[in-house]
Design a protein around this ligand. Structure first.
Ligand code: HEC
Ligand code: HEC
Length: 329
């Protein structure tokens, strides 16, 4: 009897646990990682979602996170430079924020070590949302329904750290997978067309893309110099070097994941390449020559058919993008 009760107790606990974990689309690791100090829950994700789309986090109340990271564009904005409050144009492009729960450092130069740290930076960046850090919590508290929701989740009057926790939870809930590529890898040989299969073969072989774009998210989460930061004989953007001051990092940027890549043009940290054809041409030429070019890049001698196949393959990385907690809306 006691044993039976114990077993029932365990299975209830297991069921509760299962009910509280975020479903992951085909192609990604089974669990979405989150730090112990900020467990991923339905409540924090829902709250983070409200904050993400709330323009009250910007100086003039016109721009939310979602104004630049637009869900219908795989969380990008289609611009080569992000546009902040008062129409200020930034030097870098809005990156897609997909599967960032698995990220190791954030921003194109990796200057933010955690998502909790990252999510506050656009709010206080004068060229993006332009608030002062000390204005964040009072603003949230002053928006009554939001302030109450914060209190319900965190058990105290809203603090900046809670805003960061909620936003980071929502960002972790943005998952992209379940693409033809994933179905192919899972064993469905018909999921890719013949040119896409040829493109995958090139991606893994002759074109050497997997030297940097690998794993479930097609990125090594590391920093490489492809030459995009070098223009007219000088550095336009020193990239990772600005963070480490190590010469080996001059002009290095974080390898972006390639999920939904066909939907997130223009490409690279500065949006300087308009189409995937231009990206493939760029790599065919071995990147852009500069004093610190990554040794993995070299002229590829791709045929016109090879290039078409690679672009077709990149198209097979578009599947479904999930955001928020399922069943919450
Ligand atoms: C003005 C447009 C804009 C707004 C508003 C904005 N972002 Fe961004 N976001 C960017 C740009 C541009 C970058 C890259 C900047 C860089 O690398 O220096 C970025 C980078 C990121 C990254 C890093 C992704 C990675 O893989 O490195 C995350 C996560 C992110 N933003 C989340 C948010 C959140 C959360 C908010 C709201 C609090 C927000 N962003 C508001 C434009 C914006
Ligand atoms: C040496 C490492 C490396 C190799 C090899 C490499 N890439 Fe990249 N890739 C990067 C980095 C770093 C960036 C970002 C550069 C920047 O933002 O300026 C990038 C950016 C991209 C982008 C733009 C994505 C976006 O959202 O802006 C695409 C598409 C891409 N690579 C595809 C490929 C393909 C296809 C190949 C093989 C032909 C390849 N890459 C080989 C490191 C690499």
């Amino acid at each position: 009897m006691r044993l039976r009760r114990w077993i029932a107790g365990v299975s209830v606990a297991v069921a509760l646990h299962a009910a509280e974990s975020l479903p992951v689309p085909l192609g990604l690791d089974a669990y979405v990682p989150a730090p112990d100090a900020n467990p991923l829950t339905r409540k924090t994700v829902e709250l983070g979602r409200r904050l993400f789309f709330w323009p009250g986090l910007s100086r003039d109340g016109t721009l939310s996170c979602g104004g630049c990271h637009q869900p219908e564009r795989a969380f990008t904005d289609g611009r080569s430079g992000a546009v902040g409050v008062r129409a200020q144009v930034n030097a870098r492009r809005t990156p897609p924020i997909l599967n960032r729960a698995w990220g190791r450092a954030f921003f194109w130069d990796g200057r933010a070590p955690t998502l909790e740290d990252q999510v506050l930076q656009p709010i206080v960046n004068p060229k993006e949302m332009d608030l002062k850090l000390e204005e964040v919590a009072p603003r949230v508290r002053a928006e009554r329904a939001l302030g109450e929701a914060m209190r319900a989740v965190f058990g105290r009057e809203a603090e900046t750290a809670d805003v960061a926790r909620a936003l980071a939870s929502y960002v972790r809930s943005i998952l992209a997978g379940d693409s033809p590529y994933d179905r192919y890898v899972a064993g469905d040989r018909e999921a890719l067309t013949e040119p896409q299969r040829r493109g995958l073969h090139l991606f893994r072989g002759k074109a050497n893309c997997v030297a940097c774009h690998l794993g479930p998210n097609l990125t090594d989460e590391a920093f490489h110099n492809t030459g995009t930061g070098w223009k007219d004989g000088g550095w336009r953007d020193r990239g990772r070097y600005n963070v480490t001051h190590d010469e080996a990092d001059l002009g290095a940027f974080k390898t972006p994941g390639l999920r939904e890549v066909a939907r997130v043009a223009p490409y690279m940290h500065d949006g300087s390449l308009r189409t995937l054809d231009e990206v493939v041409d760029f790599y065919d030429q071995g990147g852009r020559p500069n004093p610190n070019l990554d040794p993995e890049l070299r002229k590829l001698d791709l045929t016109a058919e090879d290039k078409r196949a690679l672009v077709e393959f990149l198209g097979s990385l578009s599947g479904k993008v999930h955001e928020g907690w399922p069943g919450s809306r």
